[in-house]
Design a protein around this ligand. Structure first.
Ligand code: NAD
Ligand code: 0WE
Length: 261
């Protein structure tokens, strides 16, 4: 008996075996959760179907969070399988690629700002809005953030503003939905090589930097993010809401490191 047995969760944001959401799904499955998955683009459908199968699930639904109708249709379809459920994992971010490279002030545009905030922050509360009536008491909503919300990080640019908005979203949603027994949290993950990060200029160098400058002297894994997500989604975390938990090997609390690589 795992600590999530008897619970039902929706997982968004799995697009490959490298995805943080894949690490989360595996950890939650290991703890006995029953899972449903979403994919964004139809080219991912077959891949997500087979990843879902690995985790004992045949529930794979399409959802593009940029469309209200796609979100409401997702929960309409999910209702056939899970009339009630215990929460979801929001593991979605997007900025137009031109926004993530170069001088922030010169690069940011009104359109880039709008899209980034829409997909990376608004979509979290948009999903909560649509499934609110389907959530059991003791539910948990969880999203993924990054240190760029709190500190200025080269090239992260307008994504950093969107993550700051996402973290504020966590606090407002937690305050609002707490009386219904719904907890809302974020994990601020250290850098990990995934599809979303592999296109980033000099990401390899950043991985080396963060490894060398972290108290634990290595980068975190999707399994480690997964274990924290499984805990936060469970009744073990019943006292935690509105929180942003850093799973970054201590990088964010360290200002100086002994010169021992
Ligand atoms: P990923 O590419 O595996 O996942 C990103 C997901 O976002 C993809 O599955 C993609 O389909 C989905 N997505 C994008 N636009 C969408 C839309 N309009 N509708 C529905 N889905 C959409 O990469 P990842 O690194 O696993 O990213 C997951 C989350 O983790 C993101 O919020 C990211 O900001 C966050 N994060 C990543 C890192 C890192 O270094 N990889 C660190 C901290 C936080
Ligand atoms: O949140 C992220 C990345 C999210 C992301 C990635 C892409 C690449 C492809 C959002 N939108 C897009 N758009 C694309 O077209 N991370 C935390 C990973 C990441 O991205 C960085 C980082 C880190 C870490 C960008 C610059 C600097 C550091």
């Amino acid at each position: 008996m795992g600590f999530l047995s008897g619970k039902y969760f929706l997982i968004t944001g799995v697009s490959s075996k490298l995805s943080i959401a894949y690490g989360i799904a595996k950890a939650m499955y290991k703890q006995g959760a029953q899972l449903a998955f979403t994919y964004n683009k139809s080219k991912f459908k077959d891949r997500i179907n087979s990843l879902a199968k690995e985790m004992g699930s045949n529930i794979v639904l399409q959802c593009d969070v940029s469309e209200d109708s796609s979100i409401s249709n997702l929960f309409f379809e999910l209702k056939q399988y899970f009339p009630k459920f215990d929460g979801f994992i929001h593991s979605i971010a997007f900025a137009p690629s031109d926004q993530l490279n170069g001088d922030y002030v010169n690069t940011v545009t009104r359109e880039g700002f709008k899209i980034t905030h829409d997909i990376s922050s608004y979509s979290f509360v948009a999903m909560a809005k649509e499934c609110r009536e389907m959530l059991n008491p003791s539910s948990s909503l969880l999203t993924l953030s990054y240190l760029g919300s709190e500190r200025a990080i080269p090239n992260y640019n307008v994504m950093g503003l969107a993550k700051a908005s996402l973290e504020a979203n966590v606090r407002y949603m937690a305050n609002c939905m707490g009386p219904e027994g719904i907890r809302v949290n974020a994990i601020s993950a250290g850098p990990i090589r995934t599809l979303a990060s592999s296109g980033i200029k000099e990401f390899r160098k950043m991985l080396i930097y963060s490894k060398e400058c972290s108290p634990i002297r290595r980068n975190v894994t999707i399994e480690e993010i997964g274990n924290c997500a499984a805990f936060l989604s469970s009744n073990l975390a019943s006292g935690i809401s509105g929180e942003v938990i850093h799973v970054d090997g201590g990088f964010s609390v360290s200002a100086m490191i002994h010169n021992q690589i």
